[in-house]
Design a protein around this ligand. Structure first.
Ligand SMILES: Nc1nc2c(ncn2[C@@H]2O[C@H](COP(=O)(O)OP(=O)(O)OP(=O)(O)O)[C@@H](O)[C@H]2O)c(=O)[nH]1
Ligand SMILES: [Mg+2]
Length: 374
């Protein structure tokens, strides 16, 4: 098999100071006919001569013509970026494969006695796990494959109740807590189960942060709602309490349920699948850049040390969690407030409920702008 057939994308390296020569035209034509995405990297594009030479390569009629300098390392990030944007996103492929298999790994975590094992039994439709009113019943994290009423597959992972460190006296309990945290690590989506009568605990806050920081989807669930016997008003009050405790997580979904009666359990399964899908979403580079221009125009980053902060380009490099690479002239000058602004705007436009959005700021020179860096 020839190397072009095996490639996802081909980089055609050209010399800014020589050409385009006949061989370049021949190669460009050959590659165009291969049907593969081609990125033209015009090397030695530094200096006046190089910059002038680079523009000649538009004559090749290729879509991506980038100025680079292998010797000086300029234009590398934009090139890598363009390559990543050209390759069909792996996550999207795996999302489809995942859809076909439909297996979402779900870790159910929460305080001892919150009803985690009861909830999993409900989802399984049978009493497979031992439950009891004694906190600390579950010690191991067990995988439970399950198909719900709508034919969707999940792997449910029961975990030991996570309690405050100072209260963990027995070694075995300490290990089961570590196991619960590990189970979370292997999950796509974490269901944080709270006990309606207890409200939000410190541990819940720690666990939610762990889940989101680990790039997991997060769904809040309030169990034992049958004991409250509450209606809409009580739900509203409880919901407010949850968002007060998790001010940065209010994009996540919250479900009221009763593992005992089964009410709300189907809704939880729906929200788990939705959150998983949010984490897998991939937004195309074109759409993202149109969004970026609007967001930055509406509210440009403040000047820093008498310099304009320019935000030039954005692309999504991975999913689960969605990770965006943003090119700017002064990455170290993007402050938390502005990062949050961009994150909120992204959520407003694209959703991503229940998952973190990672924004990575990189120094990116614009190879098309000779004034860059001034
Ligand atoms: N009223 C009511 N009781 C519930 C509900 N869910 C669970 N329980 C009860 O709460 C107790 C604890 O349930 P478990 O499922 O064992 O809780 P767990 O979170 O797995 O507990 P550990 O494994 O000890 O961490 C049991 O007595 C359950 O019957 C519910 O929705 N409503
Ligand atoms: Mg249990």
């Amino acid at each position: 098999m020839n190397p072009v057939d095996e490639a996802d994308v081909v980089v055609l390296v050209l010399d800014a100071r020589v050409g385009p020569v006949t061989d370049d035209l021949y190669l460009a034509d050959l590659l165009r006919r291969s049907g593969k995405p081609v990125v033209c990297a015009v090397n030695k594009s530094d200096g006046h001569e190089g910059r002038h030479g680079y523009t000649q390569f538009y004559a090749l009629g290729m879509e991506s013509v980038l100025a680079i300098s292998a010797a000086h390392g300029t234009g590398m990030e934009v090139m890598i970026e363009t390559l990543l944007a050209t390759i069909p996103p792996q996550e999207e492929v795996s999302a489809e494969a995942g859809e076909a298999e439909g297996v979402v790994r779900v870790a159910v975590v929460g305080c001892p006695n919150a009803g985690k094992s009861s909830l999993i039994n409900r989802l399984l439709g049978e009493s497979r796990l031992v439950t009891s009113e004694t906190p600390g019943t579950t010690r191991d994290s067990i995988d439970m494959p399950c198909v719900d009423g709508r034919g969707r597959k999940m792997i449910l992972v029961d975990t030991a109740g996570i309690r405050r460190k100072s209260r963990i006296s027995m070694r075995i309990e300490k290990y089961s807590v570590i196991a619960a945290i590990k189970a979370m690590d292997r999950a796509h989506v974490v269901v944080l189960l709270m006990d309606a009568e207890r409200g939000v605990t410190d541990q819940d806050q720690r666990v939610a942060s762990l889940a989101l920081d680990g790039g997991k989807g997060l769904v809040f669930a309030v169990n034992k709602w049958d004991r409250i016997g509450g209606g809409r008003k009580e739900e509203k009050v409880f919901t407010q309490g949850v968002w007060d405790a998790f001010p940065h997580f209010n994009h996540a979904r919250l479900v009221f349920l009763s593992a005992l009666t089964g009410k709300g359990v189907g809704k939880l399964a729906d929200q788990v699948h939705l959150t998983y899908k949010e984490g897998l979403r991939h937004i195309s580079t074109g759409v993202l850049n149109r969004w970026l221009r609007e967001a930055v125009d509406k509210h440009p980053p403040p000047r820093r040390m008498h310099r304009m902060v320019r935000i030039r380009y954005i692309t999504q490099v991975s999913s689960l969690p969605p990770t965006m690479l943003i090119f700017t002239n002064l990455p170290e000058q993007i402050h938390e407030t502005y990062r949050r602004y961009l994150e909120n705007q992204l959520r407003e436009s694209f959703g991503f409920g229940g998952v973190v959005i990672r924004l990575l700021f990189r120094k990116g020179e614009n190879p098309f702008d000779p004034k860059e860096g001034e």
